[in-house]
Design a protein around this ligand. Structure first.
Ligand SMILES: Cc1ncc(COP(=O)(O)O)c(C=O)c1O
Length: 412
């Protein structure tokens, strides 16, 4: 119930801090999901920029707040440059990966409709490993998602994707990388299919969009996944993940303005005249735009390369420790900051329970049963502790034949 009288901030602050006690202690670096911790200095930049623009509204960027329009276009230009986009390409900031994906699917659908196509029963083909945001978007947009099993490398199965195409298919999707396994789908091969059937190819680089380009600059050999492939029509890339921006910041990119036109919303059927918005929301938090702009400029290419290296080093150290433990097995062949591991002999969920008791918060996979980590730069400082706890947990489960009774950490 709303209190009859307001309370002072110090009291409320104490209350908020007390409430936080029951949450995951991500500052203690034992949470490997939900938070992307690139250090207190980066968070301070994001926080300060956010509060400078906390009250400004991106809805008014064309009239009252031109500085937000300028920052958004600079952020978009940075993303396009990182993703090797042609001069014709364009984009927008959104509130997150799910909204960017929604807009890609909606834009594709509306382009098909604008071309006279009937989208009743139309379908989006995605690898089984693609994010549920595609199903959410399809649900809202009255489309259907068909999930195609991945191949033995946990990547999109090109043969199966090709075989699944029908006259109802309007879009195919690849991830760079997918969340469950951290691998990049064979986007070039998906591109061939898309071109052959004149389909929209969307690349979900929500996780990799602001990470893979820096990994590549650091010398890591990654397959092509971005606009350098002519068949790629749109890309989603999250600033609030490995861009280290404040939450509420992602980008949706299109190969051309002609395409993006179908993303826009316009209505003149109310007493205030025409209202146009580029995304699903009306009000857009100025703070999220300013924080993303500030963090990009604070870190610069050298800062991102350094953070990327730290994440990769943490993942590699963990990966080689796991590979040295006969009862564990890394799932797939991760190349970026995500890693999942399973066990051919032990109940891996029991291992997860013991890790949770030691304070580690990590999601689980069902296919296969596995523990999943999405590493941040700061995890490099605790990865040896993680490995030591993992060795202890695995030993305990092997000695006691323990099985899981209670699955503690899920991705939701
Ligand atoms: C590959 C991928 N795509 C999309 C999303 C959705 O992003 P958001 O949670 O910002 O909506 C996620 C979230 O983890 C993801 O991992």
């Amino acid at each position: 119930m709303l209190p009859k009288r307001g309370q002072d901030w110090q009291t409320l602050k104490r209350e908020l801090e007390a409430r936080k006690q029951s949450d995951a202690d991500w500052r203690g670096l034992r949470t490997t999901v939900f938070v992307f911790n690139a250090g207190e200095d980066v968070m301070d930049v994001a926080k300060s920029a956010y509060s400078l623009y906390q009250s400004e509204n991106g809805l008014g960027s064309g009239s009252a707040f031109p500085s937000l329009a300028r920052m958004e276009s600079e952020v978009v230009a940075i993303g396009l440059d990182l993703l090797d986009a042609p001069a014709s390409a364009c984009g927008n900031m959104t509130s997150g990966g799910s909204e960017s994906i929604f807009l890609a699917v909606k834009t594709c659908r509306d382009q098909v409709r604008a071309g006279g196509g009937d989208t009743v029963g139309s379908e989006v083909l995605v690898p089984r490993s693609a994010h549920p945001a595609f199903d959410k978007a399809a649900g809202y947009l009255d489309l259907k998602v068909t999930r195609i099993p991945v191949d033995s490398d946990f990547r999109a199965d090109i043969g199966a994707m090709r075989a699944a195409i029908s006259r109802r298919t309007i879009m195919i999707v690849g991830s760079a990388p997918c969340f469950p396994y951290g691998v990049i789908d064979p986007i070039e091969d998906l591109g061939e299919i898309a071109e052959q059937h004149n389909l929209w190819l969307h690349v979900d680089a929500c996780v990799g969009g602001y990470f893979a380009p820096f990994a590549r600059l650091n010398g890591i050999d990654l397959p092509a996944f971005d606009f350098s492939l002519p068949a790629v029509r749109s890309i989603s890339a999250d600033l609030h993940k490995y861009g280290y921006a404040a939450k509420g910041a992602s980008t949706i990119f299109h190969r051309s303005e002609e395409q993006r036109r179908h993303q826009l919303f316009s209505c003149d059927q109310w007493p205030v005249g025409t209202m146009e918005t580029p995304s699903t929301t009306g009000t857009r938090p100025g703070g999220a735009i300013a924080a993303a702009w500030a963090v990009l400029h604070y870190l610069g290419e050298s800062g991102y390369r350094e953070k990327t290296q730290q994440v990769i080093e943490a993942r590699e150290r963990l990966q080689s420790a796991i590979e040295g433990m006969p009862s564990l097995k890394v799932v797939a062949d991760p190349q970026l900051g995500l890693i999942a591991y399973t066990s051919p002999t032990l109940d891996i969920y029991a291992v997860s329970e013991l890790m949770a008791r030691r304070g580690w918060v990590s999601p689980l996979l069902d296919e296969p049963k596995a523990i999943h980590l999405m590493l941040s730069p700061q995890h490099l400082t605790v990865i040896d502790e993680y490995i030591a706890d993992l060795v202890g947990s695995v030993e305990h489960v092997s000695q006691t034949n323990m099985t899981s009774t209670d699955v503690t950490a899920r991705y939701n």
